[in-house]
Design a binder for this molecule. Structure first.
Ligand code: GLN
Length: 303
């Protein structure tokens, strides 16, 4: 299969769908991004990287980062994590408050904001520096030592982070935070504000396609842990649209409100798409369209 020609075609077909979406504006620094940007990259387990459009352009990875946090915590802490966070789809928006109160401060899954705050809290306890640990991991796995936080986006998130602060305070009131709320939020905002390109993210995610083996061949996760992270990405990675994403794309995927989506093709590689205009669930419209077309064309889904 000519993968480069395929990506070129998909970009042409999917990019116009951005017109149906809207760039995230609840974080003001993200609202300034040009909605016509479009990038797609495919990194394969045999080391090749294909790309089209703005695939080398860094963007705000936002919640795509949460797939990597989950890997870091599971690798260190194993099953103990599941006492503090669930692994069921939430059926609610990623920043929803209501379910958290009903469920006594135990987030439904690690990918909604409340669950991601738990991952960061745990990684802080385990390493003393959640953001630093994640950044180092992403630099190593992507092969790009320049991966870093966009300070302007981080400041904008912090200034408008009332919902995240509410989630963190509520969990603290339930005894489900180990570190001070302000510290957890600071690491959360900076983590969401990491910037990476489609090529960086696709390379960094390869351990998920490679059954837990990192870029240098070392084992980062057991085969079973890699499977489990992919499973949670499939069921929870695109929030209250995870059912629709599974129906259309048929791959584990993790989205972010910067417009990125990382999708894993187990045993084959990782696709990353970036198009900043989002649907009402916070997923990139043209991104999902491109992934849908990719698996429909190639048959490379997990089903
Ligand atoms: N930083 C964003 C927030 O906290 C991340 C959400 C996302 O990408 N879905 O709301």
């Amino acid at each position: 299969m000519d993968l480069q020609a395929l990506l070129d075609d998909l970009a042409k077909e999917a990019a116009p769908f951005a017109a149906q979406g809207k760039v995230a504006d609840y974080i003001p620094a993200l609202a300034a991004v040009d909605p016509s940007r479009f990038g797609i990259a495919l990194a394969t387990v045999d080391g090749a990287v294909y790309g089209h459009g703005d695939w080398r352009e860094p963007f705000s990875i936002q919640s795509v980062s949460k797939a990597f946090s989950l890997a870091l915590v599971l690798a260190r802490d194993g099953e103990a994590l599941w006492r503090r966070v669930g692994r069921e789809p939430s059926g609610n928006p990623f920043n929803s408050l209501v379910q958290l109160e009903y469920e006594k401060g135990i987030p439904r899954n690690p990918f909604i904001n409340a669950g991601a705050l738990i991952l960061i809290d745990r990684l802080l306890s385990l390493t003393g520096d959640s953001l630093g640990t994640l950044r180092e991991f992403l630099r190593t796995e992507s092969g790009n030592p320049a991966v870093d936080v966009d300070r302007e986006v981080a400041a904008s998130e912090a200034a408008h982070g009332h919902r995240n602060a509410a989630l963190a305070h509520f969990m603290a009131s339930c005894g489900n935070l180990e570190n001070p709320v302000e510290r957890v939020l600071d690491h959360y905002f900076r983590q969401c504000s990491l910037t990476m390109s489609c090529a960086d993210l696709a390379r960094a995610g390869l351990f998920l396609a490679n059954h837990g083996l990192g870029a240098d061949g070392s084992r980062l996760l057991t085969r079973s842990e890699a499977k489990r992270i992919n499973s949670i990405m499939l069921t929870c990675g695109t929030y209250d649209a995870a059912g629709d994403f599974a129906y259309r794309v048929g791959l584990p995927g993790k989205s972010g409100v910067g417009g990125g989506i990382l999708a894993v093709l187990p045993g084959r590689g990782v696709l990353c798409v970036w198009s900043p205009a989002l649907d009402t669930h916070g997923n990139s419209v043209a991104g999902v369209e491109a992934l849908d077309r990719f698996t429909t064309r190639t048959g490379w889904s997990v089903f």
